[in-house]
Ligand binder design. Sequence first.
Ligand SMILES: [Zn+2]
Length: 541
Amino acid sequence: MPHSPALSGRGWKQNIMPWMLRLPAVCSKPPEHRWCSAAATLILRDSFFAFRADLTLLPDHFGLKCPPEDFRENSPDGVSRKEYNPAFPEVAVKRWIVLLTILCSSFCGWTQVIDRSVPGTLQVATFIRAGVLIDGVSNSPRRNQVITIRAGRISDVSDAGNARIPAGVAVIDLSQATVLPGLIDAHTHIFLQGEDPAEGGYDVQLLKYPLAFRAARATVSVRRALEQGFTTLRDMETEGAGYGDVGIKQAIEGGYIPGPRLFVSTRAISTTGGYPLEGYAPEIEVPKGVQIIDGPVEARKAAREQLDHGADWIKVYMTHRSWVSNNGVGKNAELVSQPTLTVDELRAIVDETHGWGKKVACHAYSGEGLQRGLDGGCDSIEHGLVLTDAQIAQMIRQGTWLCPTLSVYYIDWAPADTPDGQRDRKRASEHEVSFRKALKAGVKIAFGTDIGGIPWSQPIAQEFPRMVEFGMTPMQAIQSATSRAAELLEMKGQLGVIAPGAYADVVAVSGDPLADVKLLENVGFVMKNGQVFKNEIGSKR
Ligand SMILES: [Zn+2]
């Protein structure tokens, strides 16, 4: 049985030889790949053996399918000898050694390709020296650590004394800085721009701005977030910009624009009378900032549509307008909010969304709407301005998250002697009380700002001092924006932590944010996915 030319001995060896010669160069450099050097040595040794003996190493030989006369044909002098016959164990063993080393070397080559596939990780590994490391999970910082990054992930974190950094590899020196995991804002609106009333407020964005204009501004918003060290956002709806967030996410993932990794919720859902635009003549049909549903069938259908078009989360408005009862007079004056969806409507959404393996975030201020949110099975309560003790107990029982967004309730207060002014002040004062109670009771709290409601020109990290003012330790506030927020996103161990296996999302600040949490407004180093986006404090060699 003659061998086909493509598989016959010499042609096959000519194909494999460039591979073999390349292997020692590929494998010998980093210490972690030294086993590859050994493999390469074996390959060279065995290929030398193979040449000398003129073995063919063909797959059909390994399958022992060759008739005996082939061993004679393959031998230089046409005489059948032991070294050409794989039926002899030592010959078979040598051939298996060669095969396994080839497989091993292919793997080395493959890992090289993976390294090159992630922008900014052309080197096999990047090392960061961290003067102080807050890893996002531990309650105490560690000093003098070395973080190893490979192929966009953290592969090792160790004491500087134990770390072996090979000569000639990239080292980012943050030994004079505090290093933290990339920050997570779990409540943003990249398609909102602070709604300056002088510029037409909320309405003008939906009525007059082309979607491309809004998308262009969203592109700036995500860049702003990344510059400030927020490497992940949970964006809580596009405010009339449809599925624009899915498009921005695609552009970031495709490397067309810089930005954080996005978890998007697309259009959001409320009921008739439950969301702007409002106040226009009934004869005029105006766009809405959300998808309007009435009834469980429409509710489920809206969730299906949004999930089908790329929503990572479903956002539901469980309350709408709010005001202070009793005209703000006396002890009985309380913050009231208009409920929107019924429990049945919400349950249809939650049931559908959970079936897709996704979660439901519920905007809820207080009262009946917030209660329906909890009874209907919301995974997170957004804002939660007035939380009763019973509702806090229910949140703990059900494992419901609170994403408080404190800062946004301290901007643009109307004059104190107006109903809106009373409402604005009541929102802020009630919110502080609820936040303190929820924190004390152990409700799971994730950092969120509602930025977009706040102009993107302002620092996102303004939320940290507010959380500390209301009772969190700086470390708790940092964890709410790192490991806790990652847990909310079901990315525990992958985001919000500096530990082996996590995405290499790393930021750094000068100074000690545990002593002054406001320092987090000045993030000077940002790495996302192992790629340095900004470096104003760390020297590189
Ligand atoms: Zn919001």
